[in-house]
Design a protein around this ligand. Structure first.
Ligand SMILES: CCS(=O)(=O)c1ccc(CNC(=O)N2CC3(CCCC3)c3nc(-c4c(OC)ncnc4C4CC4)ccc32)cc1
Length: 278
């Protein structure tokens, strides 16, 4: 279980093993090994197993419990969600570290990929915890609808997240397909300020071969372009999240500085003015 005050830098060591990506074109054996390793990493770091989430699908919050959430103050609810989001991100950091070659990247590039990609992976993963039959989502052990998050004061973000989750659920991805899609979202050579873009590009290329190999095996090649279309939606959702966080931190600077988890601040805030300058 990751510690609540862990930040990215603490979890990452960069060593330089024999680079596991063989020269192009990779052999079928290498591709299948890479697929298996990504699927295993996803399963071992998924926070909740799909079966667990499905077993809880009809465990709904009562009216009283919903009312209790709605009576929370804006900063209390944001703080609560920030802790939950940070927990989800910590599992994504673990997933990233197990992607073959990720630890072979320089520490700065590992942090850049996580800073820019971890929220996107959380959003993809979160689609597993939606029940599209009654538009509820898993939160704090039970399922509730968007009304649960009314006091966050960012209804448009929640509606956008729910819509995205619905569109992801419509693709009916297997856990293996989701695992590979998440690795592609993370290993993105177009992220700004990468130092060794070429190395990220080589990793990305092999992961793309893995995904098309898997979709071919599953006889679902049509999923490929649908998944790549999701990437732009993810990016707009993340900027909406950062916009909302900025709005929130303008109103509750002390909450963000003194109560939000360090990892959350490291990932989602640019350099907010330090407390003594407030
Ligand atoms: C991911 C691995 S998993 O095993 O599948 C998994 C693991 C834990 C949970 C518990 N739910 C949870 O943490 N939730 C649910 C929801 C999604 C949508 C509404 C409510 C949400 N939202 C936030 C949150 C934000 O909290 C501050 N702020 C902005 N955006 C978000 C959403 C992530 C987009 C932050 C936590 C959060 C669910 C699923």
């Amino acid at each position: 279980q990751p510690s609540p005050d862990q930040t990215i830098g603490m979890g990452i060591r960069s060593y330089d093993p024999e680079y596991p990506y063989c020269p192009y074109p990779p052999s079928l054996l290498h591709i299948e090994e890479l697929c298996d390793s990504i699927v295993r990493s996803h399963r071992d770091t998924s926070q909740f197993r799909l079966e667990e989430l499905q077993a809880l699908r009809w465990k709904l919050f009562s009216r009283e419990e919903i009312h209790a959430y709605q009576s929370k103050s804006v900063d209390e609810m944001w703080q609560h969600c920030a802790v939950r989001l940070t927990e989800a991100v910590q599992y994504v950091v673990e997933f990233a570290k197990r992607i073959p070659g990720f630890r072979g990247l320089g520490q700065n590039d590992q942090i850049t990929l996580l800073k820019t990609g971890s929220m996107e992976v959380v959003l993809v993963r979160m689609s597993r915890c939606f029940n599209t039959e009654n538009s509820t989502v898993f939160f704090d052990g039970k399922f509730g609808s968007t009304e649960l998050f009314k006091s966050l004061g960012c209804g448009d973000l929640m509606v956008a997240v729910f819509d995205f989750a619905h569109s992801m659920c419509a693709l009916r991805l297997t856990e293996q397909q989701m695992a590979l899609f998440c690795s592609l979202v993370l290993i993105n050579p177009d992220r700004p300020c990468l130092e060794d873009r070429g190395r990220v590009h080589r990793m990305r290329r092999d992961l793309e071969v893995c995904l098309s190999h898997m979709l071919h095996r599953d006889n679902q090649e049509s999923l490929q372009h649908k998944l790549y279309q999701k990437v732009s939606v993810l990016q707009s959702l993340c900027s909406l999240h950062v916009e909302k966080l900025h709005w929130f931190s303008q109103r509750y600077p002390l909450t963000v500085h003194s109560v939000f988890p360090p990892l959350y601040k490291e990932l989602f805030t640019s350099d907010l003015p330090s407390v003594d300058s407030l």
